[in-house]
Design a protein around this ligand. Structure first.
Ligand SMILES: CC(C)(COP(=O)(O)OP(=O)(O)OC[C@H]1O[C@@H](n2cnc3c(N)ncnc32)[C@H](O)[C@@H]1OP(=O)(O)O)[C@@H](O)C(=O)NCCC(=O)NCCS
Length: 156
């Protein structure tokens, strides 16, 4: 089934945040604050912080929002696939869009415990830069990853 990648538009706010909220709640059962945010909190954060700072792209399949990428320059601020669509190529399609928009390189932070996402990024050539701790309120051990185009990696 094909995936279409399109720019986020405000009409898609509620559908996008519903998908994102379910995906992050499912991916991060061990982060109490993420589980505690209300739908209103998530709507407000997405609209006033993610959309305000980032270029946001949606993945749609049969018209439904099945994934979301938020890019802040070369920083992948958010990459989330709908729970029921994970493992079907949606994340790959969104990552291709990120590379297309920032061909000189990408950086991201993910929780150290997020093994599935770390396996996904490592499959596509992301390399660990450093381990740290995420900003409050989460304060979770995290890991910074960087991707550079092959020519740079080969050069040095
Ligand atoms: C991590 C995530 C973005 C990956 O997107 P996806 O659409 O599920 O991944 P794809 O179907 O494109 O997978 C591509 C490849 O990545 C690897 N991969 C994907 N999910 C994986 C998992 N759970 N475990 C190990 N490898 C995985 C596989 O090698 C896969 O290739 P294959 O299907 O040929 O085996 C998605 O699963 C997701 O949104 N997870 C929850 C939220 C999250 O953790 N986001 C990242 C926050 S930084």
């Amino acid at each position: 089934m094909t995936v279409e990648i399109e720019r986020y538009r405000p009409e898609a706010l509620v559908e996008t945040v519903s998908m994102w909220r379910a995906s992050k709640r499912s991916a991060f059962p061990y982060v109490a604050v993420i589980q505690q945010y209300t739908l209103e909190d998530d709507l407000g954060y997405f609209r006033d912080s993610v959309v305000a700072k980032c270029e946001v792209w949606l993945a749609r399949r049969e018209g439904r929002v099945v994934g979301m990428l938020a890019l802040n320059g070369g920083l992948i601020d958010q990459l989330f696939v709908a729970v029921e669509a994970q493992g079907t190529g949606v994340g790959t399609a969104l990552l291709r869009k990120a590379i297309d928009r920032s061909p000189e390189g990408l950086v991201l932070f993910t929780f150290r415990k997020n093994r599935p996402a770390r396996a996904f990024y490592e499959k596509y050539g992301f390399r660990i830069v450093r381990f740290g701790v995420s900003a409050p309120p989460e304060r979770e051990p995290d890991v910074e990853y960087r991707w550079t185009p092959k020519r740079d990696r080969e050069a040095g």
